[in-house]
Design a protein around this ligand. Structure first.
Ligand code: ZN
Length: 160
């Protein structure tokens, strides 16, 4: 089947920035699994995936507005250190997981104090145009349970 709303898609990707620096590669683990049409994937990827089928391999250029958004200036925030979920030694410039009232977000550490840290609340990939090299591994119909939950189940997807 071709990718359409309520298809469960699994795919591998390599992501690089516009200068060609590789940023992520999914090939060392299970393919990424998601339920198409639920806005759970970057908008630029969901658009490009529409109509594709298992075995298709292609490149997608994702601009910030269809990726992780534009950077906003003055987005420095001081937060309690205990909200940083990343374990181990913290250093400026590190990307860490932060517990916020909107859920867990990735932020970049700017300054580390005794009890608080300053973070740049922009997503680390905000403002970047990204190049994805994608291979569609599998496309199948979602199960009734997946449709009810609004996400895909299984290796690479949602685990309960
Ligand atoms: Zn579920």
């Amino acid at each position: 089947m071709n990718i359409q709303s309520n298809a469960v898609v699994s795919f591998h990707y390599r992501m690089s920035d516009i200068e060609g620096n590789e940023l992520e590669d999914s090939h060392s683990s299970d393919p990424i699994l998601y339920l198409h049409g639920k806005r759970s994937m970057l908008p630029g990827l969901e658009e490009a995936f529409e109509g594709k089928a298992a075995g298709d391999a292609f490149e997608v250029i994702v601009p910030p507005e269809k990726g992780y958004g534009e950077r906003t200036e003055d987005s420095t925030q001081r937060v309690p250190k205990k909200h940083v979920l990343t374990k181990g030694r913290l250093a400026p410039g590190m990307t860490v997981q932060l517990n916020t009232d909107k859920g867990v977000r990735e932020v970049v550490l700017l300054k580390i104090g005794l009890k608080s840290v300053d973070v740049d609340s922009n997503h680390p990939l905000a403002g970047k145009t990204l190049n994805f090299s994608v291979e569609i591994v599998d496309v199948r119909e979602a199960t009734a349970t997946e449709l009810a939950h609004g996400h895909a189940h299984g290796a690479g997807g949602h685990q309960h």
